[in-house]
Ligand binder design. Structure first.
Ligand SMILES: Nc1ncnc2c1ncn2[C@@H]1O[C@H](COP(=O)(O)OP(=O)(O)OP(=O)(O)O)[C@@H](O)[C@H]1O
Ligand SMILES: [Mg+2]
Length: 255
């Protein structure tokens, strides 16, 4: 093992994901440090969501290995990977509309996924304080007892990120959190994710370059399932292959 590999907390090694003969993912090596906020960018269909599917166990890789911490989690069920502390925020928010903001948070508490535990277990004062502290942090405390359906799109995104936090997830996979948000909401979302790094390891997929710039940190560029470039946003933007990949796609679209 090289020194570089040992430093990584999350590792994908020689990962492929093949669907009906189509190689959606072909990653030789991708490593993320503990507490890092890594942004993943790339054109539509580059394999970004598939990469999260492989890490979370939703999709079993066709070949290769996934390591989280010291664990080889390759082939583990998604529930087992979630229990290890991997949480996911999908492209569209998945909160329960009819439940209040607080009730959604309650459901996200560790061990709350079973129907019976939800009915019979009451949260402790400590858990209640933790939820309220989180709601305060994401500016949702005034909405605490309102149904989630009354939230704006941005507020729903923050609720979902808070649900990941209360669930105790160590690794957060966040797919396009800024899609459909106003500039102000986008800025707040970036600030929230920045607050989370260190305490959590984050992989954030995003198309909005202003948002990516605000997040700072290391960027991985995926293209046709492969890691095309890695570095700061300025470094990868200056990379000729990255420019060609994006320009190529733009050309296809306008053709
Ligand atoms: N379960 C699946 N079965 C068949 N093909 C799939 C499956 N999942 C993903 N793909 C294909 O893999 C490729 C990568 O898709 P993916 O959703 O990972 O891209 P993406 O980078 O997340 O794109 P976007 O920016 O549009 O969200 C696409 O061509 C997609 O059609
Ligand atoms: Mg996607």
């Amino acid at each position: 093992m090289t020194t570089e590999q040992r430093a990584d907390w999350l590792q994908l090694q020689e990962i492929t994901a093949v669907f009906d003969g189509f190689k959606a993912l072909d990653i030789r090596h991708l490593g993320v440090d503990r507490g890092e906020l890594r942004t993943v960018i790339g054109p539509n269909g580059a394999g970004k969501t598939t990469m999260c599917d492989v890490i979370s166990g939703k999709t079993r890789p066709t070949s290769g290995k996934v390591f989280i911490g010291d664990q080889d989690v390759t082939g583990w069920a998604d529930s087992a990977i979630a229990a290890l502390g991997v949480g996911r925020k999908f492209q569209t928010p998945s909160v329960f509309d009819s439940l209040t903001v607080y009730e959604n948070m309650e459901l996200a508490l560790p061990g709350r996924r079973g129907v019976f535990t939800n009915i019979f277990r009451r949260e402790s004062t400590e858990e209640r304080d933790r939820i309220d502290a989180l709601l305060n942090r994401v500016h949702l405390i005034s909405r605490r007892d309102q149904p989630a359906r009354d939230l704006s799109h941005g507020q729903r995104q923050w609720l979902e990120i808070s649900m990941l936090m209360v669930s105790g997830a160590k690794l957060l996979l966040v797919d396009e959190p800024a899609a459909g948000l106003t500039d102000h909401e986008t800025a707040l979302t970036a600030d929230l994710l920045l607050e989370l790094k260190g305490e959590h390891t984050l992989i954030v997929i995003e198309h909005d370059m202003e948002f990516v710039r605000r997040l700072g940190g290391k960027v991985t560029v995926l293209c046709e399932g492969k890691v095309l470039a890695e570095g700061s946003l300025d470094q990868v933007s200056a990379d000729e292959r990255v420019r060609t990949a994006y320009l190529g796609r733009a050309g296809e679209r306008s053709a």
